[in-house]
Design a protein around this ligand. Structure first.
Ligand code: SF4
Length: 554
């Protein structure tokens, strides 16, 4: 059974305890590394690679980089080698990592809470143009990713980003990754409460702290006081979701153990209500449980979701309270179901203070450095000094006076950034794909963008909220399992029996209203070339057959 926000705590997925002794948990005294990744982490803290990058690798170049830094510890500073151009998806699984490595890097800038000033965005755009061949993608975790980064330029990039308060620290690796936050925290009229102070305190306590820099795997987190549930809280390792307690007032409902990729699981509620000022303590306790009790034998069982599945919610809460917080948590209610299907804040909306925020949609999160610089200038010209990125690969300009809204909208539209996008542009996300990702099998960004254009042309009247998530491989960076139409990249046979790029189709997944995983449509694989025809057929059939009020996902 898929867990939902209505799932009773006692019904959380649970397996027999005791079956997985010897999973390499530190709490059970297993400090001898059981795989190569654990060995690399034990040999040297990933955070320490920064000194080597600054003093050796940036001076001597790519070939001087130690292999266990190159494919391991560099991630602690947001760096991954990118895929060598021209290697097709059929070779992904057969080539050795060094044969796939290009001498350029992807560099991820963490943007906790999605909060950016216009000064910061301008620097992000300038770095893109000067050092990243203009690349800059908004990710579905509110980060911005560059490509084509040379190791020689990394210290200067850090200097520029850090001068405006941005960083790449622990943007990747087995670390506390970016903390997602409601992109309209502190400004939305319907806000339950503003989680920003908690996010700032979590950043201060854990990011770059060696006490949390060797986790079993990545640790994803989210804090949102928006009733729209706008941070995909169901698929984070820990989430704090805004609720109103009948006695204590606004606070957060605590969820743990969500995650996609292999063995996807929705997070489960612990049934606990956490006031704003206690969120950092509870976050620290949950991440400590993960560090100490998380599985370290097999990489594909090392996310927190496996521990939560084995323990069950009641045991997890008990350990959290008794061994880490040393006090009981307060019982609390589940979040209300959101009234809206879209959670991306696109469009023009009034703020608490009477000014407006303006959310806009690029295609599949793809922008570029020059555009980011222009967005920063446009925002400033219209009275704003703040922006936010969203967990749906979108962006928002905050604090716009009413008299300036129409002119800002016109300026954004002129940059092909839509304020009232079609459902296809609004609801389509794509991961990095074969252009840069070494694990990819198929192309995704350009494919997703052309799919949007085709669907807009073929179905101009379609007005149903819809999510189409395009992934370049069986991993789940673009959340295929929770999309209305999830497309998992793989090689498929065309009509002539030739292997070509294509997708396994998953239908009917969702977050929010009725969270659940899409069904893999048995045997249904489409080639990339056939994709627009297939999606058009599915959507036309839905339009013809839907009954009143029926959503696409039903
Ligand atoms: Fe790469 Fe696969 Fe993730 Fe896409 S889903 S970014 S192809 S690992």
């Amino acid at each position: 059974m898929a867990a939902t926000s209505e799932t009773p705590v006692a019904a959380a997925p649970r397996r027999k305890t005791g079956r997985h002794r010897g999973e390499g948990q530190w709490a059970a005294g297993h400090f001898t590394p059981l795989n190569a990744n654990e060995q690399v982490k034990k040999d040297d803290d990933g955070l320490n690679v920064r000194t080597r990058i600054e003093t050796i690798y940036a001076q001597r170049g790519f070939d001087s980089i130690d292999p266990s830094d190159l494919r391991g510890r560099m991630r602690w500073w947001g760096l991954y080698t990118q895929r060598k151009p021209g290697i097709d998806g059929g070779k992904t699984a057969v080539l050795a990592p060094e044969e796939l490595d290009d001498e350029h890097f992807m560099l991820r800038v963490r943007i906790d809470g999605g909060r950016l000033t216009t000064d910061q965005l301008r620097v992000v755009g300038e770095v893109s143009q000067e050092f990243a061949r203009g690349t800059a993608d908004i990710t579905d975790r509110q980060n911005i990713q560059y490509h084509w980064i040379r190791i020689e330029d990394v210290p200067e990039i850090w200097r520029r980003l850090e001068a405006v308060g941005l960083s790449t620290t622990e943007a990747c690796g087995d670390t506390p990754r970016v903390v997602l936050g409601s992109p309209v925290a502190g400004i939305a009229e319907d806000e339950i409460l503003d989680g920003t102070p908690a996010i700032e305190e979590i950043q201060r306590r854990v990011v770059g702290n060696p006490a949390f820099s060797n986790l079993p795997r990545k640790f994803k987190s989210a804090v949102s006081g928006s009733p729209l549930l706008d941070v995909a809280h169901e698929i984070n390792d820990v989430s704090f979701v805004g609720v109103v307690h009948p006695e204590h007032g606004p606070g957060f409902d605590l969820w743990v153990g969500g995650g996609l990729s292999t063995n996807p699981r929705l997070g489960v509620r612990l049934g606990a209500w956490v006031p704003l000022d206690e969120v950092p303590d509870v976050y620290e306790a949950v991440i400590s449980v993960f560090r100490d009790h998380g599985y370290r034998r097999l990489r594909n069982r090392a996310r927190l979701k496996f521990l939560v599945a084995d323990w069950g919610a009641p045991k997890f809460r008990r350990v959290l309270e008794e061994e880490y917080l040393r006090r009981p948590l307060t019982d609390g209610p589940a979040p209300e179901q959101p009234v809206e299907r879209w959670r991306d804040h696109v469009g023009v909306h009034r703020q608490q203070d009477g000014r407006f925020y303006v959310g806009f949609a690029p295609r599949v999160g793809r922008v570029d450095g020059a555009t980011l610089t222009k967005i920063a200038a446009l925002a400033e010209d219209h009275g704003s000094g703040r922006l936010r990125t969203t967990a749906e690969q979108k962006m928002i300009v905050l604090d716009v006076p009413e008299a300036q809204v129409a002119s800002l909208v016109a300026g954004l539209e002129a940059l092909d950034l839509r304020i009232a996008p079609s459902p296809f542009r609004r609801g389509t996300m794509a991961c990095t794909g074969i252009e840069f990702c070494k694990l990819a099998i198929v192309e995704t960004k350009a494919r997703g963008a052309s799919l949007i254009d085709e669907l807009e042309r073929r179905l101009p009247d379609f007005d149903e909220p819809l999510t189409i998530n395009v992934n370049g491989c069986p991993n789940a960076c673009a959340r295929i399992q929770v999309a209305d139409i999830g497309l998992k990249g793989q090689l498929v046979l065309d009509d002539h029996g030739h292997q070509v790029e294509g997708f396994q189709v998953h239908l009917g997944g969702a977050l929010g209203l009725e969270a659940g995983f899409g069904r893999k449509v048995r045997g249904l694989k489409v080639t990339s070339a056939e994709l627009p025809d297939y999606v058009e057929r599915v959507l036309r059939r839905f339009q013809e057959q839907r009954t009143d009020g029926e959503r696409f996902a039903q």
